[in-house]
Design a binder for this molecule. Structure first.
Ligand code: PLP
Ligand code: COI
Length: 339
């Protein structure tokens, strides 16, 4: 096993790798883009990304397989979501071909940073688009940058597949008809304080309720929520202010098609947690992180256990990660090889 890093003990922190991809949009079109070793961006002081939050990002991972080959998991879905986000912020869409080519080039150029099979670590890719160029008014930027960099990562929530506890916050991360359903930095700026307050009380992160009525679960920090009911249904919240998680939609498919479960996207009321035998947070960074318990006001609700992982959560984790690392047959189109 390569000993470049302590692969088994990586957390989710920035580690500088060798190459990143950068493309520029000007006069109505993207250039071809190229790899660079320069990790610092030099942008105009009037850039809309700096003043008006005209920027967005994505997150996906590269996985080392047993045979040494490299998988990307559903990168077309990240490209599509980034296109939706760009539409919402009046930024030019990054074509799927450019998005996937950039991801592949970055992985290939940084292959030494991709953990060996079996270590559990992956290479996290961070594509982003920012509005740049001379400007001062509240209007779309005259120019844009699309870039992708990568970092080797391990577990996002400390403990990974060990259960974590979460705190329901009174703050909202997004408004009812705002930008919660797209991946813009402003949503994450709004989440910094609630996260900090949760962390001060030793919780892994904040749980956000729906911004309109504060009665239904929406997001678990930077991940979607799912619950397994006592009668074996897979339930996950449905709301326009939730980020449509690619992991969540993958789990909805796998729960139904591979585990034979009934699946529901619907309301998850915070005062009806008793219906769940198990619960988890899911996302690219989070993968599947079992939820031990949720603190809501003075009540602490424990799901399966604060220390052990429930059987369905475990089964879903094995199916999902098995597909991502190439050990389990993937539904058509889910895996894109980096070659
Ligand atoms: N919800 C939020 C707020 C996120 O930041 C993320 C991460 O991307 C997710 C959910 C999970 O989405 P995905 O599974 O596409 O990574
Ligand atoms: C991801 O899972 O890719 C995310 O975007 C979460 C993140 C903000 C660290």
């Amino acid at each position: 096993m390569s000993d470049l890093l302590d692969w088994k003990n990586l957390g989710f922190s920035y580690i500088k790798t060798d190459y990143r991809f950068i493309a520029h949009w000007k006069d109505g079109k993207w250039d071809n883009g190229e790899l660079t070793t320069d990790s610092t961006l030099h942008i105009h002081e009037g850039s809309t990304a700096l003043h008006y939050g005209q920027q967005c990002f994505e997150g996906l991972k590269a996985y080392r397989c047993k045979d040494g080959s490299i998988n990307l998991f559903r990168p077309d879905q990240n490209a599509k979501r980034m296109q939706n986000t760009c539409d919402r912020l009046l930024m030019p869409q990054v074509p799927t071909e450019l998005f996937i080519r950039a991801c592949k080039e970055v992985v290939k150029a940084n292959e030494k940073w991709l953990a060996p099979y079996g270590s559990g670590a992956t290479l996290y890719l961070r594509p982003f688009v920012i509005g740049v160029g001379e400007n001062i008014g509240v209007r779309p930027a005259p120019e844009y940058i699309f870039s992708v960099f990568c970092c080797p990562v391990g577990a996002y929530f400390k403990g990974g597949m060990k259960p974590s506890n979460f705190l329901v916050t009174d703050y909202d991360r997004a408004a009812p008809h705002g930008t919660g359903g797209v991946k813009v930095g402003g949503n994450y700026a709004a989440s910094l304080l609630p996260h900090e307050l949760a962390a001060e009380r030793k919780f892994a992160d904040a749980i956000y309720l729906d911004p309109k009525t504060h009665t239904k679960i929406e997001e678990v920090g930077a991940a979607n929520f799912f619950g397994i009911t006592r009668d074996n249904k897979f339930i996950t919240p449905l709301s326009p202010s939730i980020l449509p998680s690619i992991t969540k939609y993958s789990l909805l498919y796998l729960a139904k098609e591979r585990l034979g479960m009934e699946t529901i996207e619907g309301d998850v009321y915070i005062n009806e947690l008793d219906q769940f035998a198990e619960a988890g947070a899911c996302g690219t960074a989070a993968v599947i992180s079992p939820i031990g318990g949720i603190q809501y006001g003075d009540d602490f609700h424990v799901f399966y256990s604060e220390t052990d992982v429930g059987p369905i959560t475990k089964r879903l984790y094995e199916e999902l990660t098995g597909i991502q690392f190439g050990d389990v047959e993937a539904p058509e189109g889910w895996i894109v090889k980096v070659d």
